[in-house]
Design a protein around this ligand. Structure first.
Ligand code: SF4
Ligand code: SF4
Length: 198
C-alpha cells in the first residue's frame, strides 16, 4: 500500500491534546471490568491486547514519561503480532493500570474498544468496536453509556490522522469491510454509534 505521509510527533501531540475524554464521565469502566479480569482492566493487559503505535507516537511518549517500554513477546500469538507489524509501528507495554498516566495514554488506549467505522462509500458514519472483545469488554455490552463528547473527539482525532496518513484510513476501511463480512456471516446487524451519538 502507498504511504503518502506518516504522522509526526507534533501531530500526535495535537491528537493527545484533543482526545482526552473518557468513554463516560459517569461510569469508570476500568473499575467495573478489572474485578472480572483478575484485577486488571481487560484492555490494560498485554495478555488481552497489545498496544501498537506508530514509532513517532512512541518517540513522543518516551520524551514525556517512563510509563512505557517495548513489548516483549511471550508466546506464539504475541510473537506473531510483533512479526507482522509494519515497519513504521511497534508494540509497547505500560506499567499497568495502577500506574496509568491519563495524559500519556496512546491513541490506541484512548479509543479502545472503538474505531472509526466506514460505510461502503468510504465515508465515516460513526464508531464501531473490535468485536473480538465482545465477550470481555463491559463497555461493548453497555454501548448506551458512550458519551457524545468521546465520539466527537475520537472522530476528530482520526480525521486528523487520516489527513496525514492514507494508509491508516485504508486500514480502517478494511477493518470496516471485515466487520461487515463477519456480521453478515453471523446474520447480525452491525452495531454503530452514529456521529450524532445515537
Ligand atoms: S474499555 Fe472495555 S476492556 Fe477497557 S477497561 Fe473499559 S470495559 Fe474494560
Ligand atoms: S496507559 Fe493506561 S489506559 Fe493505556 S494500557 Fe496502560 S493502564 Fe491501560
Amino acid at each position: 500500500m502507498r504511504r503518502i505521509m506518516a504522522l509526526k510527533e507534533k501531530h500526535f501531540e495535537q491528537i493527545h491534546k484533543k482526545f482526552g475524554s473518557s468513554i463516560s464521565e459517569k461510569y469508570d469502566c476500568g473499575r467495573i471490568c478489572a474485578p472480572l479480569n483478575g484485577g486488571e482492566p481487560v484492555c490494560c493487559s498485554t495478555d488481552n491486547a497489545v498496544p501498537v503505535v506508530e514509532k513517532s507516537e512512541w518517540r513522543l511518549l518516551r520524551k514525556k514519561t517512563d510509563l512505557w517500554h517495548r513489548f516483549k513477546p511471550f508466546d506464539a500469538d504475541s510473537r506473531k503480532i510483533v512479526e507482522e507489524l509494519a515497519s513504521s509501528s511497534c508494540a509497547i507495554e505500560c506499567k499497568g493500570a495502577a500506574q496509568c498516566e491519563r495524559q500519556h495514554r496512546t491513541v490506541a488506549c484512548r479509543s479502545f474498544p472503538f474505531f472509526p467505522y466506514f460505510n461502503k462509500d468510504r465515508e465515516i458514519v460513526g464508531v464501531s468496536y473490535y468485536w473480538i472483545f465482545e465477550d470481555r469488554c463491559w463497555v461493548i455490552s453497555n454501548l448506551k453509556i458512550v458519551e457524545q463528547k468521546f465520539v466527537d473527539e475520537l472522530i476528530e482525532a482520526y480525521s486528523l490522522t487520516f489527513k496525514h496518513d492514507e494508509d491508516e484510513r485504508d486500514a480502517f476501511i478494511d477493518q470496516s469491510v471485515s466487520m461487515r463480512r463477519v456480521f453478515s456471516r453471523w446474520k447480525r446487524p452491525i452495531p454503530i454509534i452514529g456521529l450524532d451519538g445515537r
